[in-house]
Design a protein around this ligand. Structure first.
Ligand code: GLP
Length: 258
C-alpha cells in the first residue's frame, strides 16, 4: 500500500546529503558488525551519488566506517562494455570508491556487460547472489529525468527483476556526455528490477538540480505507475528522499525529517 507520508529531507547541496547518508551507512555497518552479520549495500553510479562515495571514503580512511566483510551490489551496467572499459560503471565504481577504500572485487558485484547469450542466467544468478547475501540493507539511488531508477526505464513493471533492458531516449541523451556522442551510447543495459529495489530494507533516493524536478515531482506526487518507475518507491516502508531546493521545486516536502 502507498505510504501516508514520505520522508523528504531538503538539503543545501549534494555534500550535505552525502554526509547524512554516509553517517547512516556507518551506523548500519557498526550495528551489523555488533550483530555478527555483514552489511549489504545496493550502490548506484552517476553524478548524483559521487559525493556519497567521497563521504564514505573519508569515513573509511578516518576509520569511522569499517567495510570489512561488507558486500556491495551495483544497480546496473551497460551491455557490451567489459569491466575494464573506462566507460563502464564497473570502472566508475573502482575509480571513485572501491579502489580508494580497498574494497576487494569478490565483495563488490556489478552485473556483467558481457553476459551476451548467457544474459538471462547471469541476471538470475545476480538476483540469487543478492538473496544469498541476505538481501540489501540499504539501496542508494539516483533518479533519471524520465523517472528511471537503476535502468528501470518507463514501462518497467512493479514486479520486474534483474534483466536486460533497452535504454530510453532521455537516458541515451544524458549518457552521451560520457560516451562522446549519443550514437556511441550502448542501447541496452542490465539493471536490477523494481521489485529487487523494493526488497531492500531501506531505500535512500537522492536528487539535485532543476533537471530532476519534474521526475521527482512525478515520483513523489504523481500516479504510482510504470510510467514513472520511481513512483513505486512510495510503496516502500523505509524510503527517504534527499533533495535540494531546485529538485524539489513546487513539491515542497510533505514531511521534512531535518
Ligand atoms: C544513470 C544510472 C542511474 C542513475 C541515473 C542518474 O543512467 N543508471 O542509476 O541514478 O542515471 O544519473 P545522474 O546521477 O548522473 O544524473
Amino acid at each position: 500500500m502507498p505510504r501516508q507520508s514520505i520522508s523528504v529531507v531538503q538539503v543545501a547541496d549534494p555534500a550535505a546529503a552525502a554526509a547524512l547518508v554516509a553517517d547512516e551507512i556507518a551506523q548500519l555497518a557498526l550495528a551489523q558488525r555488533r550483530g555478527g552479520s555483514a552489511l549489504v549495500l545496493g550502490l548506484a553510479t552517476g553524478r548524483t551519488t559521487t559525493a556519497v562515495y567521497e563521504a564514505l571514503a573519508e569515513r573509511v580512511l578516518a576509520r569511522s566506517l569499517e567495510l570489512e566483510g561488507a558486500i556491495a551490489f551495483n544497480l546496473d551496467e551497460y551491455c557490451g562494455l567489459s569491466a575494464s572499459d573506462p566507460r563502464s560503471f564497473a570502472a566508475w565504481m573502482r575509480e571513485r570508491f572501491f579502489d580508494r577504500v580497498g574494497w576487494p572485487g569478490e565483495r563488490t558485484r556489478i552485473p556483467s556487460g558481457l553476459a551476451g547469450e548467457d544474459c538471462e542466467r547471469h541476471c538470475a544468478d545476480y538476483e540469487a547472489s543478492i538473496r544469498a547475501a541476505g538481501g540489501l540493507d540499504l539501496q542508494l539511488l539516483g533518479i533519471g529525468r524520465n523517472g528511471h531508477i537503476g535502468f528501470n526505464e518507463p514501462g518497467s513493471a512493479r514486479d520486474s527483476r534483474t534483466r536486460r533492458v533497452r535504454l530510453g531516449p532521455e537516458t541515451i541523451e544524458d549518457a552521451a556526455r560520457d560516451f562522446g556522442s549519443a550514437e556511441a551510447v550502448p542501447r541496452f543495459a542490465i539493471t536490477i528490477g523494481v521489485a529487487t529495489i523494493l526488497d531492500a530494507r531501506r531505500v535512500r533516493l537522492l536528487a539535485f538540480g532543476e533537471k530532476k524536478r519534474a521526475a521527482l515531482e512525478r515520483a513523489l506526487h504523481g500516479e504510482i505507475s510504470s510510467d514513472c518507475p520511481a513512483s513505486f518507491l512510495r510503496e516502500h516502508a523505509d524510503l527517504r528522499v534527499y533533495a535540494d531546493a531546485a529538485a524539489l521545486g513546487q513539491s515542497l516536502p510533505r514531511k521534512a525529517s531535518v
